[in-house]
Design a protein around this ligand. Structure first.
Ligand code: NAP
Length: 293
């Protein structure tokens, strides 16, 4: 079998276009655009690139961006005061505190100061609780992106066996909850899972979020499965033939021989995260306007 490649770039571009249209309609109805406030403490280069990308993406779809940069040694009180101010600001629909924060700060504490209705990363205890209880709310962006890829690729989840490798709060746990909500029978695998290859080989839907290059090999993949590769790893050594320096957690060529559909890295799950952040910011604005739950 040669798998269909699920094109995350295309689905993300479609979602951005949809969000842009809905933002326009929101402005027409409510007289102001949704707004996303990002908070970056310190000068971590990778974090600065992520925040810059998020702010640019906002502009492209008509969401107002508020880009807050604080010194690496900003005292806790200063960050707390900023979050409290943004919580109370009606122009700010969504707030995102870029992690990791410098060592003298507590990323979990700061994240949990964000008002649940503005928690566009879906990482607060309140948002995680709402997800666990099946209540409406803002969901973490990357798992939401995976659900959208599965939906747009026509993957039947009801009754399917799904295996998620990885149990992080950021991805694995919310991913499993969303699959469960879609009526899949879900297994969460992790570093202590016995016979990981055997567990994965039972999956109709296999989602890998580990951070280990090309860990998932041909015999881990059930014939006809849908394989979603969330991993982002740097090739070491870097390729000299011009191919991508990034590689996923799945051996793409081997998985393609057995799977019905597979996401590439790059160009699979990666592009979905920012697109879902935009969708969440619009949803947050609707929640605050009283027109969504
Ligand atoms: P994480 O917090 O480091 O979690 C990794 C998970 O993998 C843990 O649950 C760990 O198990 C498990 N694991 C590690 N080694 C394993 C092994 N040998 N066998 C089975 N399980 C193993 O990472 P994360 O934040 O969830 O991210 C995972 C990957 O997804 C990374 O490559 C990250 O870059 C990528 N990612 C991409 C996006 C995006 O596309 N936008 C977003 C988020 C994450 P234990 O719990 O037992 O230690």
């Amino acid at each position: 079998m040669s798998a269909t490649v699920i094109d995350g770039k295309q689905v993300a571009a479609e979602l951005r276009t949809e969000v842009a249209g809905q933002v326009e309609a929101f402005v027409a109805e409510h007289g102001r655009p949704p707004g996303l406030a990002t908070i970056l403490v310190g000068e971590d280069a990778a974090s600065a690139v992520y925040v810059g990308g998020k702010q640019r993406a906002c502009k492209e779809v008509g969401i107002r961006g508020f880009d807050h940069r604080l010194a690496a040694d900003a005292p806790r009180e200063e960050v707390v005061a900023l979050i409290e101010r943004l919580n109370a600001d009606p122009d700010v629909s969504g707030i995102l505190c870029q992690l990791p924060v410098p060592g003298h700060l507590d990323g979990v504490e700061l994240t949990n100061l964000i008002a649940p209705e503005k928690d566009v990363d879906g990482l607060t205890v309140a948002s995680a609780g709402r997800l666990a209880l099946g209540l409406p709310g803002l969901r973490p962006c990357t798992p939401s992106g995976v659900m959208r890829l599965l939906e747009r690729s026509g993957t039947e989840l009801s009754g399917a066996r799904a295996v998620v490798i990885g149990r992080s709060n950021l991805f694995g746990k919310p991913m499993a909850q969303l699959l469960l909500q879609a009526n899949a029978t879900v297994t969460i695998a992790h570093s202590r899972t016995a016979d990981l290859a055997g567990v994965c080989a039972q999956a109709d839907v296999l989602v890998a979020a580990v951070g280990r290059p090309e860990m998932v090999r041909a015999d881990w993949v059930k014939e006809g499965a849908v394989v979603i590769d969330v991993g982002i790893n740097r090739r070491d050594p870097a390729p000299t033939d011009g191919s991508s320096t990034l590689v996923g957690d799945v051996h793409f060529a081997e998985a393609s021989e057995r799977a019905a559909a597979v996401t590439p890295v790059p160009g699979g799950v990666g592009p979905m995260t920012i697109a879902e952040l935009l969708a969440n910011t619009l949803q947050a604005a609707r929640i605050q306007a009283g027109v969504a739950a």
